[in-house]
Design a protein around this ligand. Structure first.
Ligand SMILES: Nc1ncnc2c1ncn2[C@@H]1O[C@H](COP(=O)(O)OP(=O)(O)O)[C@@H](O)[C@H]1O
Ligand SMILES: [Mg+2]
Length: 228
C-alpha cells in the first residue's frame, strides 16, 4: 500500500511542485497518473521511490515512512520497488542478461537462482533470445522491455513508471503497456505516469489527474481527460 498524507514538495529554487496531496493506493491496483507538463507528476512519482523527499507530510510505502527514511536505508527499501524510466537507463557496457541480473547480484542471490530468474523475466517480456545482445543493438521498445525485466527481477510489490512509452511509437507503446498489465495481473501494484490518451481510454484503470501539484480528479476506470 502507498499512502500520502498532507504532502507538499518545494524544490530548493522555490518552485512548489506538490501542494497538498492525500491519496491511498492499495496493493494490486493499476493507476495512471495524468496531467499537463509541469503539473507535478514526476515529482509525485519520485517521492514514491524516495528520489525526492517531501517538504512536509508523510508517505508510507509498504509500511515504511519515506519522509523519515535514512539515506543509508534507501537501497534496501528500493529492493521492494521496480522503477521504469522514459529513457530506459540501461547500462550500455552490459548485455541484456547482465543488465537484468545486476539487481540480483547486488543482493548476492545464488548464481543458479539468478540464472533461472533472469531467463524467466526475459521470457515474460519476450526477449529470451536476445539475452546476449547489448542495449545499442536493440530497438527502443526492446530496450524498454529490458528495463521492465530489470524492474521486476526482484519480484517487487510495486512497479513505478514515469512515461515509459514517452519515447516509443504507438504500436510499441501498446506492447509495453500490455507487459505492465501482465505484471499487474500477477498482483503487483503498477503506478504509471503517461500522456498516452489512447491507452488510458482503452485499457481502463484508476486515473489520478494532477494539476498545479494537486490531485484534481481521481476515478476508478477513468478517462484520460485531456486533448493530449
Ligand atoms: N529538480 C527540480 N528543481 C526545481 N524545480 C523542479 C525540479 N523538478 C521539477 N521542478 C519543477 O516542478 C514542477 C513540477 O515538475 P514535474 O514534477 O517534473 O512535472 P511533470 O512530470 O508533471 O511534468 C515544474 O514547475 C518543474 O519545473
Ligand atoms: Mg514528468
Amino acid at each position: 500500500m502507498i499512502e500520502m498524507q498532507g504532502v507538499y514538495k518545494q524544490y530548493p529554487n522555490g518552485v512548489n511542485a506538490i501542494n497538498g496531496i492525500n491519496v491511498r493506493i492499495n496493493q494490486g491496483e493499476f493507476v495512471y497518473v495524468v496531467g499537463p507538463s509541469g503539473a507535478g507528476k514526476s515529482t509525485f512519482i519520485k517521492m514514491m521511490y524516495r528520489e525526492e523527499v517531501p517538504t512536509s507530510g508523510t508517505i508510507t510505502m509498504n509500511g515504511v515512512n519515506l519522509a523519515k527514511l535514512k539515506t543509508k536505508k534507501v537501497p534496501i527499501f528500493r529492493r521492494n520497488l521496480g522503477v521504469v524510466f522514459q529513457d530506459f537507463k540501461l547500462l550500455p557496457t552490459l548485455t541484456v542478461y547482465e543488465n537484468v541480473a545486476f539487481a540480483l547480484e547486488v543482493i548476492e542471490a545464488q548464481p543458479k537462482f539468478i540464472q533461472k530468474r533472469v531467463m524467466e523475466v526475459l521470457d515474460l517480456v519476450g526477449l529470451k533470445n536476445k539475452a546476449r545482445m547489448f542495449p545499442s543493438e536493440l530497438s527502443g521498445g526492446e530496450q524498454q522491455r529490458v528495463s521492465i525485466a530489470r524492474s521486476i527481477v526482484n519480484s517487487p510489490r510495486v512497479v513505478i513508471a514515469d512515461e515509459p512509452t514517452g519515447n516509443l511509437d504507438p504500436d510499441t507503446s501498446w506492447e509495453i503497456v500490455k507487459i505492465f498489465e501482465e505484471i499487474n495481473a500477477r498482483g503487483t501494484t503498477v503506478v504509471m505516469a503517461t500522456h498516452n490518451k489512447d491507452i488510458v481510454n482503452t485499457l481502463k484503470h484508476r486515473v489520478i489527474a494532477i494539476e498545479g501539484g494537486k490531485i484534481v480528479r481521481d476515478e476508478q476506470r477513468g478517462e484520460y481527460g485531456y486533448e493530449n
